[in-house]
Design a protein around this ligand. Structure first.
Ligand SMILES: Nc1ncnc2c1ncn2[C@@H]1O[C@H](COP(=O)(O)OP(=O)(O)OP(=O)(O)O)[C@@H](O)[C@H]1O
Ligand SMILES: [Mg+2]
Length: 219
């Protein structure tokens, strides 16, 4: 499986993972601007964003007609499309690829929905192994509080499709706790760098830059 061995493209792949509201996009955005200011050629890609499939995923969510495995297949299609058309060409061209969520999001969310751990890992076995995978670790209360500042957690984000609880907040807590549990188990499995995501934004950015500097061999 490609995911299990180091790639030999000239570019570098850095990914961020963690529950909703853990601060991934905030940190990746700051890192991206910093890398660009240092003259790096950077390309950004995010989960569930391929034009090919995102409409289908939205429709499927609206009709609530899919079982977890078919959902997983749709997200894998989105991912495969972006991998082949964005990520790999950029890595071949020697660029820095920043991915806001990667296959580990599927490993966490789909298993939290009851999909078999090995099945989903095999499904995404074509993924390129990242040069750096950063896991933003926060307690559920912190991520919920951050999200609640700006929006209500979504139906799927709260795992409401699984009938865990009729109370959206309670459902969010149960579902996101399962996701955190899956992420925690992946720290050793995939060598995640754990970001102390409860710290202040600038403190985390210092750590993020330090590690990115090493990964990208910047001086
Ligand atoms: N270290 C921090 N301390 C306090 N608030 C933060 C911190 N980092 C991010 N936030 C705020 O928390 C909210 C969620 O952050 P952000 O959008 O970066 O999370 P995310 O992990 O990308 O979430 P999602 O998975 O939903 O995209 C934002 O309003 C952001 O400004
Ligand atoms: Mg985000």
């Amino acid at each position: 499986m490609r995911l299990n061995k180091k790639h030999d493209f000239p570019g570098k792949l850095i990914v961020v993972e963690g529950v909703d509201g853990s601060g991934k996009s905030t940190q990746l955005d700051l890192l991206r601007n910093w890398l660009i200011s240092r003259g790096q050629s950077v390309i950004f890609t995010e989960w569930n964003s391929s034009r090919l499939i995102s409409k289908t995923i939205k429709q499927a969510k609206r009709s609530n007609s899919l079982i977890p495995n078919t959902f997983s297949l749709l997200h894998a299609t989105d991912f495969a499309d972006r991998l082949e058309n964005i990520i790999i060409p950029a890595l071949k061209a020697g660029l820095v690829v920043l991915a806001d969520r990667y296959c580990f999001t599927a490993f966490a969310r789909d298993v939290a929905r009851g999909v078999d751990r090995e099945w989903v890992r095999n499904l995404y076995g074509f993924s390129v192994r990242p040069d750096g995978a950063f896991y933003f670790q926060v307690p559920i209360e912190v991520s919920l509080a951050r999200i609640a500042n700006s929006r209500m957690p979504g139906y799927y984000e709260s795992g409401m499709d699984m009938g865990l609880s009729s109370d959206p907040m309670q459902s969010f807590q149960i579902f996101q706790s399962r996701i955190i549990n899956e992420y925690n188990q992946m720290v050793d499995e995939y060598g995640f760098y754990t970001m102390p995501a409860t710290q202040a934004i600038h403190e985390q950015q210092v750590l993020f830059r330090e590690h990115a500097t090493k990964i990208l061999n910047l001086t």
